[in-house]
Design a protein around this ligand. Structure first.
Ligand code: GDP
Length: 179
């Protein structure tokens, strides 16, 4: 089954986004204790693709992130799994670029995984603030990690981004004759 994976710093809003995409309240558990989930969860969506919920990274050793400093199973999964169609990397739109996100993206780009960005929590700040943060992130990413891929803006609160992300997934399935 084609797989679409979701990953980001702990507390970025990944569980909330997964619940939004699936229209299920508790498919992914919204964290009470950030950083606790260590499992890779697979959810079959629509009968024709799998949503893969990867454990979040974060907290430790900013600036020295190596492959083995985020969950080792995640590293293996992303490096070796043949049926990943796209990995969505979630970025908190409220924050200036975080070293750990850029480090992770640099690693991801270096291992040739196809990925896209989702800026989360867009309801929490003004349009101009969000645009400014995203512009700085895109610039820093282009400088350190190579070309900026497809980008989505989302909010679990207003449901923004749901249609766009699901349409993008559908397009990837159609392109590969897997719809
Ligand atoms: P995870 O650790 O990445 O899975 O993040 P969660 O989905 O558990 O969310 C972390 C916190 O951010 C929770 O308190 C959520 O209610 C909140 N949150 C997540 N997404 C949004 C969003 O789009 N808008 C707002 N305002 N809060 C959000």
């Amino acid at each position: 089954m084609p797989e679409f994976a979701f990953i980001g710093r702990s507390n970025v809003g990944k569980s909330s986004l997964i619940n939004l995409l699936s229209e299920r309240k508790e498919l992914a558990k919204v964290s009470v204790t950030p950083g606790k989930t260590k499992l890779i969860n697979f959810f079959i969506m629509n009968g024709n693709w799998s949503l893969v919920d990867l454990p979040g990274y974060g907290y430790a050793n900013v600036g020295k992130l190596q492959r083995n400093q985020f969950n080792e199973a995640v590293g293996d999964y992303l490096e070796q799994r043949k049926n990943i169609f796209c990995t969505f990397v979630l970025i908190d739109s409220r924050l200036p670029p975080q070293a750990i996100d850029l480090e992770f993206l640099r690693w991801l780009a270096s291992c040739g995984v196809k990925f896209a960005l989702i800026f989360t929590k867009m309801d929490k700040l003004s349009v101009s603030q969000a645009e400014a943060n995203i512009a700085v992130f895109r610039k820093q990413m282009a400088e350190t990690c190579g070309p900026v891929p497809a980008t989505f803006n989302s909010s679990a609160k207003t449901k923004r981004g749901r249609t766009e992300i699901l349409n993008f997934i559908e397009e990837q399935l159609v392109k590969n004759n897997r719809a």
